[in-house]
Design a binder for this molecule. Structure first.
Ligand SMILES: Nc1ncnc2c1ncn2[C@@H]1O[C@H](COP(=O)(O)OP(=O)(O)O)[C@@H](O)[C@H]1O
Ligand SMILES: C[C@@](O)(CCOP(=O)(O)OP(=O)(O)O)CC(=O)O
Length: 466
């Protein structure tokens, strides 16, 4: 077995996402989705553990230093019966409560278990891992860590559980960057090199498996796919391909995980088309965070139940939307690759496509009784779409009250006008559901075509305390 001669710090970042088209449809393999990676990233840095006493315990310490009290300590050991590496949370002292982070714990146990199938367990020494996230993932205002700081990361000065998420897919970006940095740290380049398609596939499969396990459900996986590959056209994997995987630390977990990750049985049927999507020069995405107290749990369940009970009508809407989504992607990419025409005319078809797709989403909303594009969001999207230079917009992903995404000309005056509209935006209170939306703010993010990426470990100097 080839193990690494030395362990040098490694760092990897992965992007968040915005789902421009294909929400709900993507849950079914017969349909696809159009998802953009964002320039908001989660970074993970891995280095040898700094022990004061010189005693080496099988321990991994994970810190998220932008948040209060965000430290998780884990013990790990190789289990019998090919169960892989078991990871168990440790208490820093007897009187501190155990703090859980299922995404970290699961990503760690899956990554170490996979590594244990390639290296002897004596080649898995303890490490210290730090997580750093872009401001845009949270709406809490951050502060520089010191007055002389040059770091791009901010201190949120709240606990992670009280931070307010903006919905860019933090757990998927975290699991992807975490898995990639741990594999890059322990494995020699001959076994894992993130720049190769083979290693990206290994990363994708491993991150999908651990993200699903941590979430306790098999989602469509679009958020992991975009964290690994960046902006793409996505068709999901068959959900049952994960069902034969035993739980970590139970007999046979490690070889089954290896076969799944390396796709030995050719079970993965995910389709990721990067070439199908390109952002035209001079256009960009803008995401707006809508302040809204109401949350709508179970939207996905309700939509799927309605679809099951109204197959014929649902098939018609799903089919029309699929065509609309494909046309949208084609038109965006056509403009990106041909680029001709004056700007007013050039975007006419694209504008029309947004309008058509939104009408179908509203039909889906109305028929299923689920507020995917509720009237409050219709009013907001209509007003934004009238700002000169804004081409169109949609409620991203599952929809609801909490966000919109707009495609617009990347010019300061267009953003300026949009900001003016949003600063003065007031819900007219006419929504029959009684939900009133509050302030609407522009998030500091835009699309990014690049997926997972190696970073310079020096970027985190100010955050990594000995
Ligand atoms: N910066 C971070 N540091 C550590 N864990 C994080 C961080 N950001 C997100 N997480 C983990 O991801 C979880 C949020 O995931 P989830 O609820 O699925 O939201 P999202 O839609 O942003 O993915 C958090 O509870 C935490 O476990
Ligand atoms: C409904 C969906 O198709 C899309 C949900 O998209 P969001 O962008 O709303 O995603 P979250 O990160 O889970 O909040 C469900 C899915 O594909 O998993």
């Amino acid at each position: 077995m080839a193990s690494k001669p030395d362990f040098t710090p490694q760092a990897v970042s992965a992007p968040g996402k915005v789902f421009l088209a294909g929400g709900y449809l993507v849950l079914d393999r017969a349909y696809t989705a159009l998802v953009f990676g964002l320039d908001a990233r989660i970074h993970v840095h891995v280095e040898p553990i700094q022990t004061k006493s010189g005693v080496t315990l099988s321990e991994v310490i994970v810190k998220s230093p932008q948040f209060r009290g965000a430290v998780w300590e884990y013990g790990y050991r190789l289990t019998e019966g090919d169960g892989g590496i078991a990871v168990h949370p440790l208490r820093a002292s007897h009187d501190t409560p155990l703090s859980k982070n299922p995404f970290i714990e699961t990503a760690l146990s899956y990554a170490l278990s996979y590594i244990s199938t390639l290296l002897p367990s004596s080649s898995i020494p303890p490490t210290q891992i730090s997580i750093l996230a872009s401001q845009a993932y949270y709406s809490n205002p951050g502060k520089p860590p010191s007055t002389t700081s040059t770091s791009p990361f901010l201190n949120f000065d709240v606990s992670l559980s009280s931070a307010h998420k903006t919905g860019l897919g933090s757990s998927a970006a975290l699991v992807t960057a975490f898995t990639a940095s741990v594999l890059s740290y322990y494995l020699p380049r001959s076994l894992f090199d993130m720049t190769t398609p083979q290693s990206q596939e290994i990363l994708h499969n491993l991150a999908q498996a651990s993200h699903c396990a941590a979430q306790g459900k098999v989602g469509s996986g679009f958020d992991i796919a975009s964290a690994v590959y960046g902006s793409c056209f996505y068709r999901r994997f068959t959900p049952s391909l994960l069902s034969s995987l035993p739980a970590p630390a139970t007999a046979g977990f490690a070889p089954k995980l290896k076969a799944l990750v390396e796709n030995t049985d050719a079970v993965w049927d995910t389709e990721i088309r990067k070439a199908a999507i390109e952002m035209p020069k001079g256009l960009r995405l803008v995401m707006c965070d809508v302040d809204c107290g109401s949350e709508t749990p179970g939207m996905v369940k309700k939509v799927l139940k309605w679809r099951e009970e109204n197959q014929a009508l649902a098939d018609k809407i799903w089919g029309d939307l699929q065509k609309g989504n494909e046309d949208l992607a084609k038109e965006i990419t056509r403009i990106a690759t041909s680029g001709s025409g004056d700007s007013g005319h050039k975007y006419a078809k694209l504008r029309e496509q947004f309008t058509k797709n939104r009408a179908l989403i509203r039909q889906m909303s109305k028929e299923s009784g689920v507020p995917i594009e509720p009237p409050q969001q219709t009013a907001l999207l209509d007003a934004c779409s009238k700002v000169p230079g804004v081409i169109g917009g949609v409620v991203p992903g599952a929809g609801g009250y909490d966000a919109i995404v707009l495609l617009l000309e990347d010019k300061e005056d267009v953003i300026g006008e949009l900001k003016k509209l949003l600063d003065g935006w007031k819900d007219d209170g006419k929504g029959e559901d009684g939900v009133k939306i509050g302030k609407v703010g522009i998030l500091g993010v835009r699309e990014d075509m690049v997926g997972v990426r190696k970073e310079d470990p020096a970027l985190y100097k100010e955050w990594i305390t000995l």
